[in-house]
Design a protein around this ligand. Structure first.
Ligand code: AMP
Length: 138
């Protein structure tokens, strides 16, 4: 399957749609997931267009992982989470809903179940506060 540049993350990367931005550089954007599975759920999105892991440029993959690690640590510090899940879905049967490669960082809190993937929308003010708290720790 091929990359479709009309996907929602491509539009966010082009600035055509808003997001709760945590971080951006020449190669990646980090933003809050607006339908979070837990408080602090963020997405790390490489700018190089690829549908998912299966068609990604290996160089883009190696370049993104240090940022995934940094953001994971910043989320842990900003949220006081007890753990964090890294998730990444490839094609619809595996749970992918947006077809531009991205990495989920989902904090986990002792005794609190994760919300379902693609659940309810979070409050914008809360997402904005989390985005700046995480950004401050990057
Ligand atoms: P996936 O199912 O792995 O493709 O994940 C797509 C993720 O993007 C889901 O967790 C959605 O909650 C999230 N999402 C969808 N639209 C937006 C948006 N406009 N801004 C931020 N996150 C979004």
């Amino acid at each position: 399957m091929s990359y479709d540049s009309a996907n929602i993350f491509a539009k966010i990367l082009k600035g055509e749609l808003p997001c709760h931005k945590v971080y951006e550089d020449d190669t990646a954007l980090v933003m809050m997931d607006i339908f979070p599975q837990s408080t602090g759920h963020a997405l790390v999105i490489p700018k190089t267009p690829s549908r998912n892991l299966l068609d990604a440029d290996p160089a883009a993959l190696s370049a993104i992982m240090p940022l995934v690690q940094r953001v994971a640590a910043a989320i842990m510090a900003a949220t006081d989470a007890d753990g964090i899940r890294l998730a990444q879905f490839n094609e619809a049967p595996a749970g992918q809903t947006v077809f531009h490669l991205h990495f989920h960082l989902i904090p986990a809190y002792e005794g609190v179940a994760l919300a379902p993937h693609g659940g309810g929308k979070a409050d914008d003010a809360e997402l904005a506060a989390l985005a700046s708290a995480i950004a401050a720790r990057l």
